[in-house]
Design a protein around this ligand. Structure first.
Ligand SMILES: Nc1ncnc2c1ncn2[C@@H]1O[C@H](COP(=O)(O)OP(=O)(O)O)[C@@H](O)[C@H]1O
Ligand SMILES: [Mg+2]
Length: 350
């Protein structure tokens, strides 16, 4: 069992993906998911490197190296995994770290893989240690040891596997055991998207949803989407709701601003969680430094949620700093909340 994961494993999982997806949203997302590289907006470097890896493998007629995709939620890891399988023209098996309770579960999945298949392992950093150990042997030697019997009489029967490709996704690459990380021949780190890239995502999505999106509304939504396509698509759906119910159906700037106000997405795109982290940091902890766990308790969230969901963007925007002694509020944080930073040390005016 992975560290910090209760027997019901799902509780934390659910919270981790919370800014992601309930069932309704997952279906909505599936409809908007790019299926090939040429529909995938941005991430030029990773896309380019990856397509080279795949083309070379296709040319050799061999399964490509294992691929690790890392980055904050909603940036396109699952999408890229599906694109990899599609470009290779192979089926994709999907499982995730928290879904694998025992090494035996993973052995069963691995031993049923067909030659060249893609195995997508989401949240791979949550794989329990015995399963991770089994996995890296399988990735390197294409073999699983199937344990037969129990206790002293147990024996391991090696079972050869056909070549396959693991695509791992993680929001926390740093948590992967080094031997597992080393088995990935290619690692792609996904970064936040620019406003211009998100505008392209939105134009594409609006087309698929058959709604008319005005350029200034597209720009407004994009700039409040925290650099994240999943959020951009979600806000687009909320603006569409507003336009349908309270507007004239067109997604113009009025609809965009009104909907974003209703859903409490501020000018920087910060949502309730982001703002409560900032407020706790500035007000309750007087700007910090404060440890991650303490901060998470103060906002009633899992440390992992704060660390993977809220923090990367807050750090990138220069609102929060990470120091060896904990998280600190940067001057921009006070400013954004409309607060005055506490005065430390002697000032000009005594
Ligand atoms: N580069 C991209 N271009 C267009 N849409 C994207 C892109 N990346 C992500 N998306 C959209 O965002 C949604 C979330 O992406 P997903 O791959 O599920 O993120 P992750 O697995 O990293 O959390 C997808 O449904 C897709 O519609
Ligand atoms: Mg995903």
């Amino acid at each position: 069992m992975a560290e910090g994961l209760g027997p019901s494993g799902d509780v934390t999982t659910e919270r981790l993906v919370r800014p992601g997806s309930d069932d309704v949203e997952r279906a909505a997302e599936a409809a908007l998911r790019p299926r090939r590289f040429d529909e995938f907006v941005g991430q030029v470097v990773v896309r380019d490197q990856l397509s080279l890896v795949l083309q070379a493998a296709l040319g050799r007629g061999k399964a490509p190296d294992h691929v690790l995709l890392s980055g904050p939620p909603g940036l396109g890891k699952t999408t890229l995994a599906m694109i990899i399988a599609a470009e290779l023209g192979t089926p994709m098996r999907v499982t995730s770290g928290p879904a694998i309770q025992h090494a035996g579960d993973l052995a069963a999945v691995l031993s049923s893989l067909e030659e060249g298949e893609v195995l997508f392992l989401d949240e791979i950093h949550r794989l329990a240690r015995p399963a991770a150990e089994l996995l890296y042997v399988a990735m390197e030697d294409f073999r699983v040891d199937v344990v037969v019997g129990k206790g002293a009489g147990a024996s391991a029967i090696p079972l050869a596997l056909p070549p396959f490709t693991v695509v791992g996704a993680t929001t926390r690459a740093g948590l992967l055991p080094a031997p597992l990380r080393d088995r990935f021949g290619f690692t792609g780190h996904l970064d936040f998207y620019s406003v211009a890239e998100l505008e392209r995502v939105l134009v594409r999505s609006a087309g698929l949803l058959h709604v008319e999106l005005f350029p200034d509304a597209g720009y407004e939504i994009a700039s409040r989407s925290r650099g994240t396509p999943r959020i951009a698509n979600r806000l687009l759906r909320r603006v569409r709701d507003w336009a349908q119910v309270r507007g004239d159906g067109r997604l113009d700037l009025v609809a965009a601003n009104a909907a974003l106000t209703v859903y409490e997405v501020d000018a920087l795109g910060l949502d309730r969680l982001d703002r409560s982290v900032l407020t706790a940091l500035c007000v309750r902890f007087a700007g910090g430094p404060v440890g991650l766990t303490t901060l998470a308790v103060a906002v009633g969230e899992e440390p992992e949620t704060v660390e993977t969901v809220a923090e990367p963007f807050l750090v990138r925007e220069g609102l929060v700093g990470r120091t060896p002694r904990g998280r600190v509020a940067m001057p921009a944080a006070w400013e954004h909340l409309g607060l005055t930073p506490p005065v430390t040390g002697p000032t000009l005016f005594g």
